[in-house]
Design a protein around this ligand. Sequence first.
Ligand SMILES: Cc1cc2nc3c(=O)[nH]c(=O)nc-3n(C[C@H](O)[C@H](O)[C@H](O)COP(=O)(O)O)c2cc1C
Length: 356
Amino acid sequence: MGEVQNLQEVPLITPYKLVSFTGTYSLESVLVDVILQCEVQKHNFHHYTIKVVLAPLTRMKSYENVPQTHAVLYYAQRTTKGGLLIAEGTVISDTAIGYPNVPGIWKKEQVEAWKPIVNVVHAKGGIFAGQIWHTGRVSNTGFQPKGQAPVSSTDKPISPSNNGLHFSAPRRLSTEEIPQIINDFRLAATNAMEAGFNGVEIHGAHGYLIDQFLKDQVNDRTDEYGGSLENRCRFALEVVKAVSEEIGADRVGIRISPFADYNDSGDSNPEALGLYMAESLNKYGILYLHGSGNNAVVANHADLVVYGRLFLANPDLPKRFELDAPLNKYDRNTFCTSDPVVGYTDYPFLDETNSA
Ligand SMILES: Cc1cc2nc3c(=O)[nH]c(=O)nc-3n(C[C@H](O)[C@H](O)[C@H](O)COP(=O)(O)O)c2cc1C
């Protein structure tokens, strides 16, 4: 850990590159992760020493899709001055839901509920990106309005018994319906800005809706959103374009995972997919990483390193790295319970551990 986290001054270069690190989520899963570089500049990020970024982590504690006040403490605990946090996946519409109690950002009530959470991160000097998300076919009729089928690029269902979750056969979106979904992403981004976030990360990874368009083992469309690589990337790029036009490209990031196959979302040529996306994103002026994991960090190619589970379990992770202090172990059994405290805001800080 030590060699990665020598907390020197971060050089002000473009783009900032985020690397996800270690674990069962393969390093290659996060080939491209783009984020908010101008916001970081605006906050004079290079004067700070915080390279440790909070990864987006779904916690399923936003009852009825409304963020709750217990999230104020959770995010406050993980904020360090100058540090970047990416909020948990936040659904963009009532058709985007695929798990219980995930936060949304399509209704005024949800936007208002995000405000105190964003405010506390800012009050502590943090930079906060919202993550906007549509799960597509990683859902079931129980989560969908009027018990309808979830929507996707395809009508092919996910294989049964994937993680013990139940997924319903999806309905293939018609070509004419796609602009509406893009508009939902756009509105969600506007709402995120209204809530006070510094920008948004579009969730284009891990087999969710955008990835369902990107990957050739899922996307079996015959219209202009399917078939060739260019066509499969069209939806993702139209979302990026719409969101960028709405809130400014310098506030927009996208997470994609060409090499991952979560939720039955493999691709026969992930490298070509990653490269094409990276090149195309360039045109929109949003900034990206092309590289992966350990090698990038060791070669000092990563400016910021994103931590998920370790940050979940260590609210003061940057400080612990700085002091080379021992880390709390995470308990995966409490990752996604609805409890507002246990495994959420009760992981001890270093001082508490020492005095215990
Ligand atoms: C409980 C849990 C929830 C997650 N939720 C999200 C999410 O909402 N959005 C996302 O892009 N990734 C999500 N991820 C993936 C993490 O952002 C991260 O990539 C992963 O945990 C690997 O990093 P780590 O080894 O530092 O934990 C989640 C991971 C975990 C363990």
